[in-house]
Design a protein around this ligand. Structure first.
Ligand code: AMP
Length: 204
């Protein structure tokens, strides 16, 4: 069993690129952000505990995230590895992950800070399919515009706090994985298809 980690700041395009990687590798996507949002909308205990952190743009405590991941990795489709999206986000999460599964590659999508706010604040999701659009960079087709939604934490204020969490707690993981020799850097500041193609090249 060997997994891949998609790494990068909020709004780097991890979720968008995950679809292409899933198609190429057959690995299921494990997005802790999506799992937390699902828990929140179901009103589970975990969702309620995570809510205040998510809304403030802060990281949810490691022990909650690690419980979530341990449970998810027990599922049958995770047997041959998974594609982690938005996890790990702290050194402790990465160290804990190393004890439960093998990570073969960490794909780091790099985007300059000054582009992040515009990318996130303009982000919209198709509430029916989960597909991600952007008001400027990837406009949704007219016929689905009525069902576009915006994440509650995709506001300018919350993005600044998420970026701060990224730089202080998550960015140091790049060195952690660089030292293991498995970090692959991708320029995320180009057309979506070009980012996808660069990632696909890593996977062949
Ligand atoms: P995301 O969808 O990956 O941007 O995550 C949305 C929010 O969920 C983050 O701002 C955090 O509050 C929380 N979150 C998601 N993944 C993690 C993680 N691995 N560790 C801590 N908090 C997380």
């Amino acid at each position: 069993m060997s997994s891949i980690v998609l790494f990068g700041p909020p709004g780097a395009g991890k979720g968008t690129q995950a679809t292409a990687i899933m198609e190429k590798t057959g690995l299921p996507q494990v997005s802790t952000g999506d799992m937390l949002r699902a828990a929140l909308s179901k009103g589970t205990d975990l969702g309620l505990k995570a809510k205040e952190y998510m809304e403030a743009g802060k990281l949810v405590p490691d022990e909650l995230i690690l419980l979530l991941i341990e449970e998810r990795l027990k599922e049958e489709d995770a047997e041959n590895g998974v594609l982690f999206d938005g996890f790990p986000r702290t050194i402790l999460q990465a160290e804990s992950l190393a004890k439960i599964t093998e990570v073969s590659m960490v794909i780091s999508i790099e985007v300059p800070d000054e582009n992040i706010v515009e990318r996130i604040v303009g982000r919209r999701m198709d509430s029916k399919t989960g597909e991600i659009y952007h008001i400027k960079f990837r406009p949704a087709p007219h016929e689905i515009k009525h069902r576009l939604t915006q994440r509650k934490d995709d506001t300018e204020e919350t993005v600044r706090s998420r970026l701060n969490a990224y730089h202080t707690q998550t960015a140091p993981l790049a060195d952690f994985y660089e030292d293991l020799g498995i970090l692959k850097k991708i320029n995320g500041d180009q057309d979506i298809v070009d980012v996808t193609n660069s990632i696909i090249e890593l996977l062949v």
